[in-house]
Design a protein around this ligand. Sequence first.
Ligand code: 13P
Length: 263
Amino acid sequence: MRTKLVAGNWKMNLTAAQGAALVESFAKQVAVRYDVDVVVCPSFLSIPKVRDTVRHQGILIGAQDVFWKDEGAFTGQVSAKQLAEQSVAFCIVGHSETRGRFGKLETPESTVPFFAETDETVNLKIERLLFHGITPILCVGETLAEREAGTTDQIIEGQLRAALAGRDASELYGLVIAYEPVWAIGTGQTCAADEAERICRFIRSVVEALADNEVAIHVRILYGGSVKADNAKELFSKPNIDGGLVGGASLDAAGFAAIIMSA
Ligand code: 13P
């Protein structure tokens, strides 16, 4: 059925040399596996070196973000067209750290909301990525306040509807969606496996409503938020959890290798 996928989101960690050393080290620990897609998402600057290091090792490259236009006067931004030129296969969009749900509240500068992702820019980014043949890893998830208010499902459905509006079902077969509860990211607090499975099943039902049953069967849904070697096996054994989007634990070769082996 669906091939499992484990992606490491390195965030703003590791130089290009450190990233290359890390992939070399864990590639040795996990022989090339055809039953799990392994993706690493280094910072933009590290992509060429890491990509060249993992060539022929079955490890795919993802980016952590993208701008929603192909070119133009957008200082500091990187386009899907530029990522495609670097053989980037996946790209994270809508991560809670780029959606600006924190940044907006913490800083009053009016530029922050402009550069932070909104549901609308997430939608535009997905359109550009698909156009350039890059698979989006669309992140959705609720904050602790939203969970406590009992609005988790509503928030996630709203994020999915906004992100995928205007897309034809035929564009969405390869899509990857990551359920990342904001309160579980970098906190060591993992969502209970049964609840993560419930949400991932719910995400699949929303995809079915937005596209069709075939797409819902094909879309891979990952769990992200404090995934570690010791909780990965239980999470990945759930029928609707097709792998993980791993932050902190992907920076350790042995730990990431163990997570991959759990898939
Ligand atoms: P942690 O695994 O460090 O909680 O991060 C999860 C994440 O944000 C992956 O995108």
